[in-house]
Ligand binder design. Structure first.
Ligand code: NAD
Length: 456
């Protein structure tokens, strides 16, 4: 019997007993684990969207049930209480989460986010996404994700520092340069990573800069990290244009979100001669059929508190309208679930490059596929960040730091290689690029697991 044992620090997984996984397949399609989600399951939720794609790839690979179960469940899900003394002298207790989905390929890797409404389901889905993302771009990491349930806008810098340091202390046995390596995510930044690195170093009595990535360069961060995700999005966008036979200077792009990913993507594409006809942020969408001057828009946000509000060199539209603009490539780089069964049939582009995590729901995927729209999935398209995080970890461990040019060249090469390797899988199985990404990643992790075996 294969025993899949999920170590439980807090409770999420049960002990699971399954049939031998090295023996012939038997009746996997009748297994409850392979069933399509019925009406009771929400195909629009991020976790179900991810599971839907995972189930599909498992079927293509004829993954046996034990392996399927192993990869369906995080190896570790931790919930901690984080008491801090607020500036008004009162104690307040926050909830901290860390989910390690998988550590078969190497130490697990994934962001830490500060958000008020985060759920364990969401963190589990994001941790699994990281497993597949690392596998897709061939970095030797498993996947993880962490969160603190808080509204950072309501907290002072001192309170944020206390929160981060206590979270790190509570997670001291979970994280580590050879175990699990956090990085910035929603509402966390270089400063938060510096606090984690310092707290971890104080506990281990030596400087351990490889415990987090996305640190300030002065603490062992990598050059090029800030732009890495956008740069990776641009590399795969240009590879996509090449496949579609569109010259960059004849291409019209719409980008949703003008933060780290969206603005870097916009600037680098603009530098390549691509016409950016639509941009947006939380304040709305901005459209110009002849193309927006991205340098001007970037200067505008620098001068106007970081937003595009009242930007008057383009027509103001809503974010919903922005997604439906006619263009060659649409790049959602803001939030999850932006293209769903409600609007997918109305998008008018040739390709969608997912800068954000999970901007297209599973049901929208089916619609877009029927419309022959090429979707470059998040686990490939926005993997530039984790690729340079890997470079940062390598540099920290060597104590030898690369030039920005070297970082960018290696990033471009890894992203291009990953794009072409997934494109080959797509053509081989005649499936979508997203399905190909999951097939590639799940095959890689499951093969590694088979060779390593299950420790008992
Ligand atoms: P960010 O906070 O820097 O920027 C987010 C942008 O989205 C901002 O311009 C914001 O105004 C805009 N936005 C917020 N709500 C919106 C709405 N309702 N409609 C339109 N725009 C809205 O975040 P980011 O780092 O650029 O991340 C964006 C996405 O990319 C997220 O899904 C994130 O998980 C994903 N991602 C980021 C990285 C990275 O390295 N930053 C890596 C991988 C994936």
């Amino acid at each position: 019997m294969l025993l899949v044992y999920s170590p439980i620090i807090e409770t999420v997984n049960d002990h699971l007993y399954f049939s031998p996984f090295m023996t012939a397949q038997k009746d996997i399609y009748s297994s409850p684990y392979y069933k399509e989600p019925g009406p009771a399951l929400d195909k629009e939720s991020p976790f179900e969207s991810m599971m839907e794609r995972f189930r599909f790839a498992a079927r293509v690979l004829e993954l046996d049930e034990g392996m399927f179960q192993y990869l369906s469940n995080p190896v570790k899900s931790v919930i901690v209480s984080i008491p801090i003394i607020m500036d008004n002298g009162q104690i307040r207790v926050f909830e901290g989460i860390r989910v390690v989905h998988d550590n078969v390929l190497g130490p697990s890797k994934g962001g830490l986010r500060f958000t008020p409404n985060v759920t364990m389901e969401e963190v589990k889905a994001l941790a699994a996404w990281m497993t597949w993302k690392c596998a897709v771009v061939n970095v030797p990491f498993g996947g993880a994700k962490g969160a603190i349930r808080c509204n950072p806008k309501e907290l002072s810098i001192r309170e944020l520092e206390q929160l981060t340091r206590r979270y790190t202390a509570e997670m001291i046995e979970v994280i580590g340069p050879d175990r699990d390596i956090p990085a910035p995510d929603m509402n966390t930044n270089e400063q938060v990573m510096a606090w984690i690195m310092d707290t971890y170093s104080m506990h281990s009595r030596r400087t351990e800069n490889a415990v987090v990535t996305g640190k300030p360069v002065i603490l062992g961060g990598s050059k090029g990290r800030h732009e890495a995700t956008g740069r990776g999005v641009v590399t795969v966008t240009l590879a996509t244009l090449n496949k579609l036979g569109i010259m960059p200077n004849k291409c019209r792009v719409v980008i949703q979100g003008f933060g780290n990913v969206g603005s870097v993507t916009a600037r680098l594409l603009y530098e390549q001669g691509v016409k950016i006809i639509g941009i947006s942020d939380v304040t709305g969408g901005y459209y110009h059929p002849e193309g927006i001057d991205i340098d001007d828009a970037l200067q505008y946000i620098r001068d106007n508190g970081g937003t595009l509000e009242n930007y008057d060199k383009a027509q103001v539209i809503t974010n919903d309208e922005l997604l439906l603009l006619e263009c060659d490539v649409l790049i959602p780089a803001a939030l999850q679930d932006q293209i769903s069964r409600n609007n997918a049939s109305k998008v008018k582009c040739k390709a969608i490059v997912e800068g954000a995590n999970g901007p297209i729901t599973a049901s929208a995927d089916d619609i877009l596929d029927k419309m022959d729209i090429l979707v470059i999935p998040d686990i490939l398209a926005n993997a530039g960040g984790v690729t340079v995080s890997y470079f940062e970890w390598v540099q920290d461990r060597h104590g030898y730091f690369w030039t920005e040019d070297r970082v960018n060249r290696r990033l471009n090469r890894m992203m291009r290689d990953a794009f072409h390797q997934l494109y080959d899988v797509k053509e081989k199985y005649d499936i979508t690029l997203r399905q190909a990404a999951y097939v590639y990643a799940i095959r890689k992790v499951s093969e590694t697991l088979r060779i390593r075996g299950i420790y008992a």
